[in-house]
Ligand binder design. Structure first.
Ligand SMILES: C[S@@+](CC[C@H](N)C(=O)[O-])C[C@H]1O[C@@H](n2cnc3c(N)ncnc32)[C@H](O)[C@@H]1O
Length: 492
């Protein structure tokens, strides 16, 4: 590639900025603009585009733009992160939130904890939480921990999976902590396998991907960290993402942004609290939680990104796929499921079951809703009841497998997936989950094969067709996600 690329004409530059904003939420900063011509030229050479116009048109189409968009994303996202960043927040977690949650869960007999780092870069933030938990949880092995890191940059995710860092990422850690949780290989630090295995990483674009979903493990979270992601975002695109975070939290769950990410716009259902100088949002319905000071926060600290210039052009979005007609004898339950109103699903199922008796379909719907509410043991029981009535339903096996993963019962999850695939060897979602599970269990070759199978099958289906069990996800998008997951693990 040449060292210098000719500048992009203003119209092309504007096209590229809008495209980045629309597909990732990111507003590029003035200092990043000088690099864009070189990035575009590099992409054209790498992927064989005649000129910048052809490359941009391809990105604009947005369907098959995977490696091409990935190339750009890897070069424009700011992935700066390090272990034990943000002392104040960690003090809040260590001294207030974690002790309260652990105590509350201990007393209620619930031994599960679900934490998600959204925009996790190379994993430093979620591994920091894994370290805190391993040091604070009484008998950590008796807990079912779901620690998830997601990002849009697959190069960062590959590094997170490798779990290897230079001294620069360790700059806020002391020698004792490094010795306890890392192996040192020359000047590289590798996170110890016990911690590595606690954390799952996957691709998720906060702007384009639907969440919460059971399939992506983003439902019923106790804590979401999304630090230093929104500072690069278009302010207008933040509230819908915040609303989805709200939906991903359990009642009483917390969302923590970085100090410069706080948004001025109130989000219904999210209360702003502060603890000393640390701000956090709490999903306000349900349990009363005592950790945060509940005085109204001082003026929000939102720092708007520079105004876009000129104003963004309206972009015509393709119409969403029409919802499939409801064929179930329980259309009201299906409607509530599609609206992701999990509480209402449980109530409706109970009402119908009290009137006409429970059947396999109702039990399956209830299992799914309970799992999305984070009530995994209850969900497992409903799944079992459903299978006792309809032992040939591949979807119930898939739901059961997802629940077993959440409960840390990986062997049972694998058994359920085997049954689902026995019933339908072309079941894309089961191949996908099987691949993720095999990779998590260290069966790398088998895992990659299962993900490739899933991709091959997904590519044969209508890209606009809805994926069962995953509201808002179509097979075209699932195929894109699978390509990214494969890329992440192949780079490892
Ligand atoms: C500065 S890093 C923050 C890392 C970590 N949260 C921390 O505070 O140390 C911002 C991360 O957000 C990710 N990101 C940016 N836009 C995103 C999007 N639309 N969806 C998901 N991740 C995104 C970037 O790839 C980058 O890894």
């Amino acid at each position: 590639m040449n060292e210098r690329a000719p500048g992009l004409p203003p119209a092309q530059m504007e096209w590229l900025l809008q495209l980045v904003r629309r597909r990732t939420g990111i507003v590029l900063q003035p200092y990043q603009l000088d690099n864009l011509p070189l990035i575009v030229q590099g992409a054209c050479e790498r992927f064989g585009y005649r000129d910048a116009d052809a490359y941009l048109r391809h990105l604009d189409e947005g369907v098959a733009g995977t490696p091409e968009l990935e190339y750009l994303v890897a070069r424009i996202t700011v992935g700066e992160s390090y272990f034990f960043r943000d002392d104040e927040q960690l003090r809040f977690l260590r001294e207030a939130w974690l002790p309260e949650v652990i105590d509350r869960k201990y007393r209620s007999g619930d031994r599960s904890l679900r934490i998600w780092s959204a925009g996790c870069a190379a994993g430093q933030e979620i591994y920091t939480l894994a370290i805190l938990l391993s040091e604070l949880l009484p008998q950590p092995e008796s807990w079912s921990l779901h620690l998830l890191g997601t990002d849009i940059n697959t190069d960062s995710l590959s590094q997170a999976i490798r779990g290897q860092y230079t001294a620069w990422s360790m700059r806020a850690t002391d020698a004792g902590l490094r010795a306890r949780h890392f192996e040192q290989l020359g000047d590289v630090y590798r996170i110890r396998p016990q911690l590595r295995e606690l954390v799952k990483f996957s691709y998720l674009n906060l702007l384009e991907d639907n969440f919460p979903t059971m399939l992506s493990g983003t439902a019923a979270m106790d804590l979401i960290l999304c630090r230093n992601v929104f500072i690069y975002f278009d302010a207008a695109l933040i509230p819908p993402v915040m609303q989805k975070f709200h939906d991903s939290l359990l009642p009483g769950g917390y969302l923590m942004l970085g100090a410069s990410d706080l948004t001025a716009e109130p989000i219904p259902g999210l209360e702003l609290h502060h603890w000393g100088n640390t701000f956090c949002y709490r999903r306000g319905d349900g349990l009363s939680v005592a950790v945060a000071e509940t005085r109204p926060a001082a003026a929000p600290l939102y720092v708007p990104p520079p105004a876009p210039d000129p104003a963004p052009a309206a972009v015509a979005e393709p119409p969403p796929p029409a919802p499939r007609p409801i064929r179930s004898p329980y259309p009201e339950v299906i409607r509530l499921l599609r609206a992701e109103r999990w509480d209402a699903v449980v109530s409706k199922v109970d009402e119908l079951a009290a009137r006409d008796g429970m059947d396999a379909e109702l039990a399956q719907h209830k299992a799914k809703a309970l799992a999305n509410l984070g009530l995994m043991e209850d969900a497992a029981r409903e799944g079992e009841a459903s299978l006792a009535m309809a032992p040939l339903d591949k979807h119930t096996y898939l739901i059961t497998a997802l629940i077993m993963v959440e409960l840390g019962k990986l062997d049972k999850a694998q058994e359920a997936l085997r049954k689902a695939l026995f019933l339908d060897s072309n079941f894309v979602e089961a191949h996908f989950q099987n691949g993720l599970l095999q990779l998590r269990m260290g069966e790398r070759k088998a895992g990659l094969r299962s993900l490739s199978n899933a991709l091959e099958l997904a590519e044969r289906l209508d890209p606009q067709r809805q994926v069962h069990n995953a509201p808002g996800l179509v097979f075209g998008r699932l195929a894109e996600i699978l390509r990214k997951e494969l890329h992440m693990y192949q780079e490892e």
